[in-house]
Design a protein around this ligand. Sequence first.
Ligand SMILES: Cc1ncc(C[n+]2csc(CCOP(=O)(O)OP(=O)(O)O)c2C)c(N)n1
Length: 637
Amino acid sequence: MEYKILNKIDYPLDLRKLKIAELKLLSEELRHKLIDVVSKTGGHLGAGLGVIELTIALHHIFDTPTDKLIWDVGHQSYPHKILTGRKDQIQTIRQKGGLYGFVKRNESKYDTFGTAHSSTSISAGLGIKIAKEIKKDTSKVICVIGDGALSAGMAYEALNNAGALNKQVIVILNDNDMSIDKPVGAMSSYLSKLMSSNSYSNIRWIIKKISNKFPKVFAKTLYKAEEFSKGIVSGGTLFEELGFFYLGPIDGHNLDHLIPVLKNINNNNFDKPIFLHVITKKGKGYKHAEEANDKFHGVNKFDVITGSPLSKSNSKSYSEIFGETLSQEAKKDNTIVAITAAMASGTGLNIFAQNHPKRFFDVGIAEQHAVTMSAGLATEGMKPFAAIYSTFLQRAYDQIIHDVAIQKLPVRFAIDRAGQVGADGATHAGSFDIAYLSCLPNFIVMAAGDEQELIKMIKTSILIDDRPSSFRFPRGSGVGLDIKKEFLPIEIGKGRVLQEGNSIALINFGARLGACQDCTNALNSKGYTISLIDARFAKPMDTKLLDDLLNNHEFILTIEEGSIGGFSSIVLDYIHNKRSKKNSSVVQNLIFPDKFIDHNTPENQYKEIGMDAKSIENKILSMIDPKEVDLKIIRNL
Ligand SMILES: Cc1ncc(C[n+]2csc(CCOP(=O)(O)OP(=O)(O)O)c2C)c(N)n1
């Protein structure tokens, strides 16, 4: 496609000069460009396709970046990136050194507020608006939030506060009736009701409503009459009750509607925050996306003509193995229940949902609620498995402490996406869960070295019914499964010795096990002998095994896919503060560095932080045979 108009657009200033007819052409070109790029890079597609017209209209009407535009989650921001000076870099998205897949402040002055975890936009926007008011700056603040993101408590906290403070933030609800999967909850039904009863508000009515040109008495009468004739939102929508001026719903793909409504919002001063309800279609304009169950939420590289992915992994992911195993176990034990916060397919719980629909709960993007609800289930003797990505579980930390750990309730945390996650980058990395769970009294903290270990840990946690437990596993797949084997629960607090040697003890916690095995094999072939340990537990730590290793090895190296404060810190605490015998071994730790790791492939990320097999080998050689490393460096020179 020849991008006749898009080629002339570098910044929003360029598109502000265009007429509606040209904006319509631009939307076609932008949509084409987005499909073309994401088919080659992979990434989030459906959400971006759904906001093409909205993105154009917002930058056309509002004076960005002086007016502040905040995209909730930020996965829909690719069109925004293309129109705000990043058109020529868009094909680098989610790759090393390229654009970020969400909104990032240091990427562009048009990126007002960094997003990736959902439902933060209204809070951030309110803060910005308050600051502007204090500074006597009258520019606008616009927050675009999806109906999925609106299922999170944080969004209501912000709406409630904005209404009470009466600050003139503009909240735009991008309602596509989709989260990643189908949205859940009463709010979702309420929005559908608003939409069907009010099916696309009469645009003239909306404009009249927001125009304050009429004499007050007349305007009041007109408003009443219109309200009555519509007979729908009388009594006020929920958003009006919260103190907002509710407008909508309007068709988010119709620029003839979007432009005048946004223009009126921009030109009028309101004495209330605005809530504009916009209806869009996820995947709009690309047949394969519109027809897909997930509306092409997140995709790998694909063929544009067929919509089929260009490559498919044959091996089962850890998440699928989790979903299948829990589902199997739940056939034998009807007290097992599974909880997800809007990530049924991401966590593999879609498999559980198919088999046990009555014991599966998708609570929406509501991690805090998911944890406390799980705690409630546990008080009644159920066995709740809360399957939440490491990074999203951060949201529910007080609930983990106050509702689960202090009450010693046996909630099982299945922590997916542990460690580096690749293209989704720093906002999605699972770096802190080992630290933030291991420091809590009463917790049992496990990490799976491979898929077989994951199955054993699921079975183990079913048996842990007197305290909370967690097991973490990474994104994607590992070494694979030996399906002929039967996997049994493991003994709590017992690590396993995979190989015994003298040169060093390499103690692994988690899914670096494969890299440790490769490194051990390489060192074995060079004549070193390595003790390779899979610790399995950060808590309770296998202190007997650790004592044996300390007694018999001059060198110890621990490795884990997490920050300081996790497994290695527990090892060091034991050695320095709890162990009576003086330590004579050299103990070092491979942990994540004290910085956020940028998006890249997971392989490169682990290379960058010195946790691939070769780097571990070099680290070991630098400890046990520094001369050998020096020689190698000289040889390489
Ligand atoms: C706290 C948190 N939990 C889960 C996610 C994963 N997530 C990313 S987008 C998304 C769905 C968002 O739905 P919606 O806001 O309606 O946007 P849409 O994709 O439909 O445009 C979810 C659950 C997240 N980003 N943040």
